[in-house]
Design a protein around this ligand. Sequence first.
Ligand SMILES: [Zn+2]
Ligand SMILES: [Zn+2]
Length: 642
Amino acid sequence: MYFIFEMKFSSNKNYITQLIRAYAAKQEIIAEVLQTDAKIVLICRQEDEKLESFLLGLEDILPSSLFFGKSKHYFSEEKPVFQSIQEVDLPVNIAPCPTCQKEMFDVASRRYYYPFTSCNNCGSQHPFLTKYPYKRANTTMKFLVPCKACEEEAKVNALRLDYKLISCIECGISIRMLDKESEHLAHNKGDFRKLFEVSGGAVAAGKSVLMKTQHGYRKFFNPKNNKDKVSESTLIIVSASALNTHLMVVEQEFNALLSIERPLLRVATKSDELKELYGSSVLVKYPDEGMTMLLSKEAVSAGLDYIAYKECDETEEADFLVDFDMPIQTQKDTKIFINQDVTLFISGERILYPTQVPSAIKRVSVAHDLACVNVDGNNIIDSLEVFDSIHSNEIYMFENEDLESQHSNEKQFGQYEASMMSVIAEHNLLGQKTVGVHFDGSLNFLYYNGTKVINAVPAIDFESDNLWEKISTLRDGSDRLVGNYKKAYPEIWERLDNLAGDMDIFEVTAITLGLEDESFEGISAEALSFLGKGGLQIDTKVKDNRFDNYAFLTSIMSYQLGDVENDYMCYSIYESFGDYIGEIVPQLLEKVKTNNLVLSGETFANQSLYARIQRTIGQYKPHTNKIFPMGKENAVHGALYL
Ligand SMILES: [Zn+2]
Ligand SMILES: [Zn+2]
């Protein structure tokens, strides 16, 4: 009799599968662990007397993951057959697994307070990679020789068998702390612990600590003592118990924040102190890599519930500097969006990249510093820098990429077409007529005829310079509005009169409304704080069904003159976009005779717009990226199918 345990898993990443395999080996249980395109399956003999203790132990060593869905177990006389996916050994860039974390806080271990603790299936590995294929000699760790204990461990510890980046305090990366007068080098466990203790204490006391982390330089500070710095910072809740005290999180959000992938997430604030500091919502994460985790642990000891950091470079001014010499490659952090049981990746590289794509593709694509390249028979998408040389019959290059390929067969592509193809490929719609909406600052309605993507209703180009001239000639009476606006809001009028030409409509809208955060995020945060029901109709078009940015701005200005509150206005902005999309999409679907609809672009990852879209076009069951980001970083994937 077989015992079968199936866990839904919505990714081709194999660190969970491998961790279960390693643990089975460690527990000396005979188990088959395999991964399909939708789940991880564990098959054991029911008679195995170690089964029960193995399953219990599994709960302790398995991290929670963003990709996990429901699980189930059953018994079967016959051994079931599953279609496994191809597994490629790629460097991960996630938090340490539960076993590694335990080591970091075990005074008896060789990695007590060692921030670079990781194993085959966890931690920050990608930052050390210099090129493929992934082996120690191709990482910056090659400069360090493992000590005897590490060498021995790599032969016997199931979680670190032949682990490429094995290291400990004895043989690993050393760190140091500097203030204006002195420098302290950490040599042993005691020093490592002391260094983080001092750093945590400094942050608690209102000082700033510039720290090189495995995700780049971060300047850490206590938001309460540095109110002027909070606007451009990310909040770290340093203990899980403080999460519910300060934030309004539903279960899915709570689980996502604590998952081993540690994504960035915008959530509603709850406690009065956070409301005062950040307003109605805040971009938040849970400690995500060794340096940040150890600092956070000491911040808890110093009595803090949260700290904040600003992404910066090594030249940033701070009271203390914590540094290490090992060169690292950083990845753009990944933001997710959660609406009920839907989790979408908005933007970023970490967590999702590197990844592998089907090996049948014989093309290299490059977009936004990411490339898809064949390495030893596997197509890998990763940062351009980690590919040594590129051989291919053809290269698809993003039109704005700052790179000369010198390739004789180079083709260029645009964002919207590649983004749409990424969704189409993910949902197996290749070759089928599909309507698409790409919304990334500007809004485009697309049509894929089975071979190529056509911009069916392109946005009218928006240029933010000479704004008043464009608005005053929009239609009869527009010049009067401009005059009234100048009288009512002279300062905003002045600013809008002097804009550079390259700002997007959301930045200009945020400036018009006088929002502190002059971006899409600012409008979105403001919209979230609106608790009423909608109703304002904001103009989105003047002619041929095309979205008109100038008409849109004009409409906002006249409401502003009519004293409409900002939160109501911001909410209505999304509502109007949702209605406009809801009007055009059915017409297009009808016209080209298809039911396939895909959405791309990060503007869709917004609670207000998402809710509205569900109401207006939810019946057509629109597809979005699930595995790749819905923002611009999906282009490197989509270009493979252009
Ligand atoms: Zn681990
Ligand atoms: Zn060692």
